[in-house]
Design a protein around this ligand. Structure first.
Ligand code: NDP
Length: 261
């Protein structure tokens, strides 16, 4: 991987939240960023427009659609010349703003709802992430020079997600995928790491951070708050750096001491 200050970086889910903060963090150190989103192109274009430097672009596609994944990975590689860093950040918990929340408690939903929630969550969060990673890793292997993959997992993989067990399971899968690929890709000079954040102040967590429930969520950390997206982005930036090569295989907890394992 190039150690100069102009890497090509693909950040999935960069229209808002942690992904947008991560795009800003990489651009601030001189990297060129392909900002991916599903449908919020306007939002992503706004994030792109505020980034310092040149060569940034927006790419779109639903992670659950393998043809769309191939399309946006190709567009990112074409626009950047080469992807040196992949940040697997996009995921779903709430399907879309205003849509029915994809909660699927085992003691609440019927069998059809259970199946629908599991299938959609696995297709997006796990299979989609695996597909993006395959295509980018193969490009890194073909062009040589190594690279970094940083996955955004979740504390929920360890602490449990009783309202959304499929979400927790997919995040555990992302952690395990990262560890397997760290072994498989090290011979190609590609480091693979994962962050496991607790609650972060984004759209995804908005409902959980509101009202009395929000106070309880903030009290989970002895700091009495949840993370800012920039705090996750800073860790991702470091994990993607040449200095963090030896962290390959790690899953880094970022939860303000709210859950110690
Ligand atoms: P947001 O809901 O704020 O943003 C999600 C991003 O993912 C958007 O850019 C969205 O694109 C994209 N996305 C969602 N569904 C799809 C899909 N089917 N195909 C392609 N892109 C999609 O999320 P956060 O910033 O909160 O979360 C980012 C990551 O951090 C996720 O992996 C999440 O699981 C993880 N995380 C978040 C925590 C939190 O408390 N917020 C805690 C722990 C982990 P679009 O705007 O077009 O819909």
């Amino acid at each position: 991987m190039s150690t100069t200050a102009s890497r090509g970086v693909l950040v999935t889910g960069a229209s808002r939240g942690i992904g947008a903060a991560t795009a800003r963090a990489f651009a601030a150190v001189g990297d060129r960023v392909a900002l991916h989103c599903r449908t919020s192109r306007d939002l992503a274009e706004r994030v792109r427009g505020d980034l310092p430097g040149d060569g940034h672009l927006v790419v779109t596609g639903d992670l659950a659609d393998p043809a769309a994944v191939r399309g946006f990975v190709d567009a990112a590689v074409g626009g950047l010349g080469r992807v040196d860093v992949l940040v697997n950040n996009a995921a779903l918990y709430v399907d879309a703003p205003g849509a029915r929340r994809l909660d699927h408690r085992v003691d609440d939903v019927d069998f059809e709802q259970w199946q629908a929630a599991w299938r959609r969550t696995v297709e997006v969060n796990l299979l989609g992430t695996a597909d993006v990673t395959y295509l980018v890793a193969r490009q890194m292997m073909a062009t040589g020079g190594g690279g970094s993959v940083v996955n955004v997992g979740s504390r929920g993989a360890y602490r449990g997600e009783p309202d959304a067990p499929a979400y927790g399971a997919t995040k555990a899968g992302v952690h395990a995928m990262g560890q397997s690929l760290a072994l498989a890709l090290a011979p190609y000079g590609i480091a693979v790491t994962t962050v496991a954040p607790g609650f972060v102040d984004t759209d995804m967590a908005a409902q959980a951070l509101f009202g009395e429930r929000g106070a309880a969520v903030r009290a989970q950390s002895p700091f009495g708050r949840v993370a800012r997206p920039e705090e996750v982005a800073a860790a991702v930036l470091w994990l993607a750096s040449p200095e963090a090569r030896w962290a390959s295989g790690a899953v880094l907890d970022l939860n303000g001491a709210s859950y110690l394992r």
